[in-house]
Write a protein that binds this ligand. Structure first.
Ligand SMILES: [Zn+2]
Length: 393
């Protein structure tokens, strides 16, 4: 049985009718035009599934929330942008959030809306460590970030409504969260209060998230999870699944096959979103004193444009690219000379000298005592045309 059927069976038609009769009375006082996604059968079913007998009061709370946060204004802005662009714009790319995108995220958003699964569920990717929450708080961008969270909720409200209506099936979000590199230090007091506020906002949209699949959970990740789960609404908690590295088989059960996943998550999707953004996402590593760090290998063809970015290399650690002619023959690997020319931030690129695999090595071998943090990305530049639209399969 599909997840959609499971969803539908749990909701009785007469409950939807009863809820509709009650809300029709309240909605007489609605200021402005009532948005269609607010009153669709699917939306009412989400309230019933999420709140049971309390669906009506939850709906009333949602109306108050819409007033308080000016949701109809946000919605209009998103629709205006769509008129200009021809398709809904992922809020992370909207002009009003540019300052976070540029200064904190170096133009690569930490969350993406990907294509739909075969059951029309919206797959989203989040690289949690790349939110750089401490930078958001140190740059006083918390309020703007919460606004972005709000815009994303409104965005998904529209998207899920449209897909549900088009395919006559209650679709929801499948959130895939990569927690590689997440550390306790990313969760300072300010970050925790920020996440709590985010959780409170998203609670206003019941049953939008079908499942949250957390990948690459380490020991530290588990500790963080135990810390975080206390603040999550109970329903959200039950929808979260934690995995170390064995998430692919679980995702397959949800019809999220490797062709829908970026290579970062061991998938094979070559859509513009995956190749242009997710493969370029930054990775933070701590390199212990006296050791050499090797990145994951990238398969390349002779002539491919290979790019690297290195940040926070405050100790100016030397780094270089190492090519292996064939992935198995490590003997035949050749090191490019030290590429570190400018301290702190380095971006560069070069054409691959040969086909095979290539990886980045960063050396902290000279240090006796101090481990060093480095944030980097290594990726192949791929020609791309369009950022994938949510309608594409
Ligand atoms: Zn993709």
């Amino acid at each position: 049985m599909s997840n959609n059927q499971v969803f539908l069976i749990s909701i009785k038609e007469e409950d939807i009718v009863a809820l509709r009769n009650s809300i029709n009375i309240i909605l007489r006082d609605y200021k402005g035009e009532v948005p269609e996604e607010l009153v669709s059968d699917f939306k009412l079913a989400r309230f019933i599934k999420g709140h049971g007998a309390n669906a009506l009061s939850a709906f009333e709370r949602h109306l108050l929330f819409r007033q308080e946060y000016n949701i109809d204004k946000v919605r209009n802005e998103i629709l205006e942008e769509e008129k200009k662009q021809g398709q809904l714009k992922w809020p992370y790319f909207m002009e009003k959030f540019k300052i976070i995108l540029e200064t904190v995220w170096k133009n690569i958003p930490p969350a993406f809306h990907h294509q739909c699964s075969s059951e029309y569920h919206c797959v989203t990717f989040t690289i949690l460590a790349n939110y750089f929450f401490s930078e958001i708080t140190s740059k006083n961008l918390e309020e703007l970030w919460l606004e972005l969270v709000l815009y994303c909720d409104v965005y998904f409200d529209l998207v899920l409504h449209r897909i549900s209506v088009k395919h006559n099936t209650p679709c929801s979000r499948l959130d895939i969260v990569d927690v590689t590199g997440l550390k306790i230090k990313h969760f300072g007091f300010k970050t925790i209060s920020l996440l709590k506020k985010m959780g409170a906002l998203s609670q206003q949209y019941p049953e939008m998230i079908g499942a949250t699949i957390t990948c690459n959970v380490s020991k530290v990740g588990l500790q963080i999870w135990n810390m975080v789960k206390g603040w999550l609404p109970k329903q959200t908690e039950s929808k979260m699944k934690l995995f170390t590295a064995d998430y692919l088989s679980f995702l397959k059960k949800l019809n999220v096959v490797p062709s829908l996943l970026p290579s970062r998550l061991n998938g094979s999707c070559t859509c513009s979103l995956c190749t242009h953004y997710i493969d370029k996402s930054l990775l933070e590593v701590c390199i212990p004193a006296g050791t050499l760090y090797s990145s994951k290998k990238i398969q390349c063809q002779k002539g491919d444009l290979l790019c690297w970015e290195i940040y926070e290399n405050s100790a100016n650690l030397p780094f270089w690219l190492t090519y292996s002619v064939s992935p198995e023959e490590n003997e035949s690997s050749t090191r490019e000379s030290n590429l570190s020319v400018t301290p702190m931030e380095v971006k560069g690129s070069q054409r691959c000298r040969s086909s095979g695999s290539v990886y980045l090595e960063i050396s902290n071998e000279k240090s006796w005592l101090h481990s060093q943090n480095v944030i980097y990305a290594l990726y192949l530049e791929v020609n791309y045309n369009n950022i994938s639209s949510y309608e594409q399969k």
